[in-house]
Design a protein around this ligand. Structure first.
Ligand SMILES: *Cc1c(COP(=O)(O)O)cnc(C)c1O
Length: 247
């Protein structure tokens, strides 16, 4: 990244921190309760390094191949998050390399993650259960009515520690404020988290809110926001591949 890009990134990062602070002030929350995960998908490892240099500690990727390429290029300095879907055949490559898997959505995946972590002999893998709050079958995530069964199953899996929930708000209707559309969904996932926490006290985190709707997420109790576009600008068309320098 050249000096102008680095300056632009610093300005954008300050803007995102300011939005989080303002949203926290409105909600009467401590900004220290909200962790920023910078979403670096499609951007080159250089962008990841620039974020780390600017003081961002957590980076998120939504595709496993791209995640692994960036870990290899950037190293294990940042805390890596897998925020996109995980297939069972990729579990082996991911477990132990990321601080948090945001996309646990079915019992078989919980079992596979736990088995791998146990086998590898490291710490239990932390994960969030992704909730498909709109119930749209085309979207990822565990249906709300299956959540408690999945949490119960996961609580018995050695090598796996579920520490909260994730949600992606449905796309807002054109011309509306995404915060308005997202807020009721965030509120209902917060209620699911509260209900789950009564039984499993470690279920505390709420990963919700992106560039367009982080205010609503913070208002409803997000402890992790996942922000890409507001930090790095519009994304290129496809995933970053090794040997390619995009963005
Ligand atoms: C891409 C992505 C984000 C970031 O979205 P922006 O609108 O660019 O902030 C957040 N969460 C997930 C799961 C994503 O895939």
């Amino acid at each position: 990244m050249n000096a102008a890009d680095t300056d632009a990134l610093a300005v954008r990062l300050a803007g995102v921190h300011e939005r989080i602070r303002t949203a926290c002030a409105t909600a009467g929350r401590d900004p220290g309760e909200v962790r920023l995960v910078a979403v670096t998908k499609t951007h080159a490892p250089e962008a990841c390094r620039a974020l780390v240099d600017a003081g961002v500690l957590d980076l998120g990727e939504n595709r496993v191949q791209e995640l692994l390429a960036k870990i290899q290029a950037v190293g294990e300095g940042p805390r890596w998050h897998l925020i996109g879907p995980l297939q069972r055949n990729k579990v082996r490559a991911v477990v132990g390399r990321v601080v948090l898997i945001h996309s646990l959505d079915r019992p078989e995946l919980a079992t596979a993650i736990g088995r791998r972590a146990h086998e590898a002999g490291g710490a239990p893998q932390r994960a969030l259960v992704e909730v498909n709050v709109s119930g749209d079958p085309r979207r990822a995530g565990c249906p709300p009515e299956a959540l408690l069964d999945l949490l119960r199953h996961a609580s018995r899996v050695e090598g796996l520690e579920v520490v909260g929930l994730t949600v992606i708000a449905p796309l807002p209707p054109p011309g509306t404020d995404p915060n308005d559309g997202a807020r009721p969904h965030f509120a209902s996932v917060r209620e699911m988290r509260d209900a789950a926490r009564a039984e499993w006290p470690r279920v505390t985190e709420l990963s919700m809110g992106m560039s367009a709707d982080l205010e609503a997420a913070v208002a409803e109790g997000a402890t992790i926001v996942r922000v890409g576009t507001s930090l790095l600008g519009e994304r290129g068309p496809g995933p970053y591949r090794v040997g390619e320098e995009v963005g």
